[in-house]
Design a protein around this ligand. Structure first.
Ligand SMILES: Cc1cc2nc3c(=O)[nH]c(=O)nc-3n(C[C@H](O)[C@H](O)[C@H](O)COP(=O)(O)OP(=O)(O)OC[C@H]3O[C@@H](n4cnc5c(N)ncnc54)[C@H](O)[C@@H]3O)c2cc1C
Length: 460
C-alpha cells in the first residue's frame, strides 16, 4: 500500500499569529499531520524589541489555549501573570482632559487566564506582557531566523517560496503571517490596501518608580488601562501592571535604588495635521528619540489642561530612554525601544470583493491589521490561527483549497467587524471637539457609564 506524502505548510513570520498556528498544526498531528516550517526575517528572537503590554480578551485567550500544547499552557503564566486581587483592576478607564472619570466599564475580574476564557464578556481583558508572550510561544519552535520572504510562485501542484538570500523552498500551503507590510499579501491581494487614519501615535515603554505610580493611582485609580481625552483630538494612554519589575524572573538590579519599578506603556496620539502647527517650534526627527519625546511633551503642555494628570504624564515621559543603550540586552529594565512617530493604519479585508481561495492564505495583521485603540489585533491573530488549524484538518491532496476557503470566509467576516469597530472608536476619540463639544461628549460618556453600571447589576 502506498502512503500519502505528508503535506507541507510554510508559515512566513514568527509573530504571535504565526507561532500560534505552528503550535496548533503540531498539536493536531494525530488528526492531520503536516510538515510545518516557519521562517522569520529577523536574524534572532532579540533583534527587535517586542513591546511591553497587550490586552487579551476571552476570545483571543480561548483560541490561544486551543492552539498551544500543555507544555506551553503550563508556562503561559510567565506572560499572562495572575491579577493581584484588590490591587489591580484589569479594565479600562476613560477620563477627560482634566482627569475627571468619564467611563469605567464594570469588567469582570478573573483570578487567572483559565477563568477569563469561561466568561464570554468582551469588556473583560487581562493586561499581559507582550515580550514574554513571544518568548513563551517560541518555546520548542524551530524558527528559521534571518529568512526574509520576498515573493512566491503558485502552481497547481504547490507553492515555491523565495527568500532575499536567493534560496527557495516548496510547500503545499503557504501562510503569510508576516504583519501589516506583508509581502505575501501584496502579491496575493494587491488590491487590498492599507488605510491611513491621519492620526499619529507615539508609544514608549518605561520602568516607573513606585512613588510615581502611587501618585498616579491615588489620583486616577487602579484601572490598568487609562485613557485621557483632550479637546484637540489628542489623547494619552497608560497601560501598566502593578507587579514590580524587580520580582520578574531574570531581573538583575543594576540601579542604585531599592525602590520597586513597574512596567508602564505610554501612548500619545493626535491628529497628524497638528504636526503642521507644531513643526516650526520643535524639529522632530523620527530617528532621534530625544526629539520625538520632546515633541510629545511639548504637545501635552500645549494641548493639555495643565492639571495634575498632565503633570504626572509628563513625568512618565521624562523616564523614556532618549537614546539607544549600548547593549539593549543588558539594559537595566530591558525597556528600550526607539521612540518614534507612527501612523494609525488598518486593513479592512471586506474593502475588496471576496477573493478566490488558493494555496496561499494570510492571517493576523497581514490581512486585517487594526489600530491599537481597542487592543484587538493579537486577539484576532490567535483566533485566525485556531480557525485555520481546524480547517486544515480537512486538507486533502485532491482538494487542498476548500479548507482554505472555509477559513477565509469566517476570518474575513469576524475580523472586519473588529477592524471597523476599532476604526470608528479611533475616529471618535480623535475628533477635535472644543469646549461645548467636549461638554456634550463627556455627558454622553457619563450617561453610557451609568447605563453600563446599571445593566451590570443584572449580569451578576
Ligand atoms: C502600540 C500597539 C499596541 C497594541 N496593543 C494590542 C493589544 O492590547 N491587544 C491586541 O490584541 N493587539 C494589540 N496590538 C496589535 C498587535 O501587536 C498585532 O495585532 C499583532 O502583533 C499581530 O500579530 P501577527 O503575528 O499577525 O503580526 P506581527 O506581530 O506583525 O508579526 C509578523 C512577523 O512577521 C515577520 N515578517 C515580516 N515580514 C517578513 C518577511 N518578509 N519574511 C519573514 N518574516 C517577516 C516580522 O518580523 C514579525 O515577526 C497592538 C499594536 C500596537 C502597534
Amino acid at each position: 500500500m502506498q502512503h500519502e506524502k505528508i503535506p507541507k505548510v510554510i508559515i512566513i513570520g514568527a509573530g504571535p499569529g504565526g507561532l500560534a498556528l505552528y503550535h496548533a498544526l503540531i498539536k493536531n498531528k494525530d488528526k492531520k499531520e503536516f510538515d510545518v516550517k516557519i521562517f522569520e526575517r529577523d536574524s534572532s528572537p532579540k533583534e527587535r524589541w517586542q513591546g511591553y503590554h497587550i490586552a487579551l480578551n476571552y476570545l483571543g485567550t480561548r483560541s490561544l489555549l486551543n492552539c498551544v500544547p500543555s507544555s506551553i499552557t503550563s508556562i503561559l503564566q510567565k506572560a499572562i501573570l495572575n491579577p493581584i486581587p484588590n490591587v489591580e483592576f484589569h479594565g479600562a478607564s476613560l477620563i477627560d482632559n482634566k482627569g475627571t472619570l468619564l467611563l469605567h466599564p464594570p469588567s469582570k475580574q478573573f483570578k487567572d487566564f483559565n477563568e477569563l476564557v469561561k466568561v464570554p464578556d468582551e469588556l473583560s481583558v487581562m493586561i499581559t506582557y507582550r515580550d514574554r508572550l513571544r518568548d513563551v510561544l517560541l518555546e520548542g519552535v524551530p524558527v528559521t531566523w534571518g529568512k526574509k520572504c520576498i515573493r512566491y510562485e503558485e502552481t497547481k501542484d504547490g507553492v515555491c517560496v523565495m527568500f532575499d538570500d536567493g534560496s527557495q523552498d516548496f510547500c503545499d500551503i503557504l501562510v503569510g503571517a508576516d504583519g501589516i507590510n506583508s509581502p505575501v499579501r501584496k502579491q496575493r491581494l494587491p488590491e487590498l490596501q492599507i488605510f491611513d487614519f491621519g492620526i499619529t501615535n507615539v508609544v514608549a515603554n518605561v520602568a516607573a518608580p513606585k512613588h510615581l505610580m502611587d501618585r498616579f493611582i491615588k489620583l486616577q485609580g487602579n484601572s490598568l488601562f487609562q485613557k485621557s481625552l483632550g479637546l484637540h483630538g489628542d489623547s494619552s494612554t497608560l497601560i501598566f501592571r502593578l507587579i514590580p519589575i524587580e520580582q520578574e524572573p531574570g531581573y538583575e538590579n543594576k540601579s542604585n535604588s531599592n525602590e520597586p519599578h513597574y512596567r508602564v506603556t505610554l501612548n500619545y496620539s493626535y491628529p497628524t495635521k497638528l504636526d503642521d502647527v507644531e513643526s516650526d517650534k520643535i524639529k522632530v526627527d523620527d530617528n532621534d528619540s530625544a526629539s520625538v519625546i520632546e515633541h510629545v511633551k511639548q504637545m501635552i503642555r500645549n494641548f493639555g489642561s495643565g492639571c495634575e494628570f498632565d503633570d504626572i504624564v509628563l513625568e512618565f515621559w521624562d523616564l523614556v530612554p532618549k537614546s539607544t543603550p549600548n547593549d539593549p540586552e543588558k539594559f537595566q529594565f530591558k525597556t528600550y525601544n526607539p521612540t518614534r512617530r507612527r501612523q494609525y493604519q488598518d486593513i479592512n479585508p471586506s474593502s475588496i470583493q471576496p477573493w478566490t481561495s488558493s494555496r496561499v492564505t494570510l492571517l493576523g495583521d497581514a490581512v486585517h491589521a487594526m489600530n491599537p485603540v481597542l487592543g484587538l489585533g493579537t486577539n484576532n491573530a490567535f483566533q485566525d490561527a485556531d480557525l485555520l488549524s481546524q480547517a486544515l484538518i480537512n486538507y486533502s491532496s485532491e482538494d487542498p483549497i476548500s479548507c482554505i476557503q472555509e477559513y477565509e470566509k469566517e476570518m474575513r467576516k469576524r475580523s472586519t467587524v473588529d477592524v471597523l469597530k476599532s476604526r470608528s472608536t479611533a475616529f471618535q476619540l480623535s475628533t477635535p471637539v472644543g469646549p461645548i463639544g467636549a461638554f456634550i461628549r463627556n455627558c454622553s460618556f457619563k450617561v453610557t457609564n451609568f447605563i453600563m453600571k446599571f445593566l451590570s447589576i443584572f449580569r451578576k
